[in-house]
Ligand binder design. Sequence first.
Ligand code: SF4
Length: 229
Amino acid sequence: MNVRPILAEYLEYLRDSGVQEQWGPGGPSLTKKEKSAEAAQPLLRLGSLEEVREYLGECTRCKLHAGRTNIVFGVGNPNAKLVFVGEGPGRDEDLQGEPFVGRAGQLLTDIIEKGMKIKRSDVYIANIVKCRPPDNRDPEPDEIASCEPFLRYQLSVIKPKIICALGKFAAQTLLRSNAPISAIRGKVFDYEGIKLIPTFHPAYLLRNPEDKKLVWEDVKKIIAIYNED
Ligand code: SF4
């Protein structure tokens, strides 16, 4: 698998955002000498989720590592046709090391199993950042810049048919957009050749159950694409 376009695009994003590159194992920032040495080497080729997890290691690439109990790497079928991407781990996820296991996670499981008629174990679930932000605050730009490449590696290995971005934060991050979730939910976007549909985050639905009918509309679109030949 060639991840060169992903890495090249990401390094361009880092340059544009003024964030330092942090690609050494464990994540220390690269010196100028190291950067020129890295530039002379072939780019990474990660062919499996196990290799991505190994490369992530006991990651300290951003400040979120300080408060975590567990890295929440992602869970599910490595050959999933459908991947859900959320924002970041909450308290339950941090404690258990698995994404979407709290109340919002139960609702997501119901959406997948009762709504879509797919087993949760047949999809893949991950987040934009893999360590819990303190007090469940939004991840900050430097944290996203450090962590998102690993999500990109995961997606490039899984090669799903469709991604469902859960909530404003995941949708805006993946689409590099400031558009409100209410304006983009249910629309089909292209994410590096993969169809991407944003919908409301299950935690939002717990607070606003009247919007479940909108998510049902989005679910029907996702399933139609999922079942296409
Ligand atoms: Fe590493 Fe991601 Fe955790 Fe930051 S959030 S320490 S980049 S695994």
